[in-house]
Write a protein that binds this ligand. Sequence first.
Ligand code: PMP
Length: 315
Amino acid sequence: MTQLQQPAWVYMQGDLVPWEQANLHISTEAVTRGLSVYEGLKGYWDEDDRNFGVIAVREHFERLRRSARLLHIPFDMSFAEFERAAHRLLGVLLTPGRDMWLRATVYVVEGHWGEGTVADLVLTAFHQPKARPEPISVGVSTWQRAGDAVLPPRVKMTSNYTMARLARIEGRPRGHSEMILLNGSGRVAEATGSCILMVRDGRVVTPPATEGRLEGITVDIVARICDTLGIPFMERPIDRTELYVADELACAGTLAEIVPIEQVDDFTLPRQRPVLDQVAERYWQAARGQIAQKGIERSFVSTSTETGMSSLANG
Ligand code: PMP
């Protein structure tokens, strides 16, 4: 069972507070209606240069703003303030040698039915293992990704994860660590916590966001990597049956990176993954600052200060 870490500090109400004091009242819409939007960012420790860089901070900030705007949640923090807050928390929590996942959540802390809405940015950060992602077995869930007019999947709102949770519960007894959700038309939307990459005839394919997936940051980076490597990349709808006859499949997301899929339901995929292994390797190296890649910018965090001065560098 996954044991949740309890880091010493949390960022909320514009300051660092001890983990035990990071509480929300039961009367808030964040609690009563599950009203919050969030982001998951990843930071990597580079042993050679002895620095810690968080990738794609601006892209995550922009998506957080889009998610909040769609739900009429006021969130007017500037990028500089957001980055400073992230550096401040990471600066006190990071341990040399270890990678971290930063969760940025905008909770609705005041207001009722959309009147008088007040929100607060809360940041938490957790250490992450450094191991390369192992191939996984996935299933196609009987639960569906909600449509744009129900719970818009293109933004990252907490309520979208209720169905994802049910899908994971459904898949666990069948040995699936991740599940693929179809949209209302029976085509592939995404996995519960990542987007889907498929290879057919040497071409990398992912469904467009209009098929019911999050506007994923990692798939956008993959598109840039494919461009660099000269691999054709396209967004188009994917039928469920294409998953079973695909040459290669992988999940793509910030936390897990590019995770090879070896089995979908009862179908075993080819062992060789010449295209996605190449893409995954380049992502792995670029995220850690070992090579420069267009689309991956790293924001460096200083370990030594509590205020965490910002320094952006192009990677
Ligand atoms: N879809 C869902 C439902 C997710 O939770 C995530 C993880 N944020 C993704 C896709 C991948 O998005 P990203 O590459 O921006 O992390």
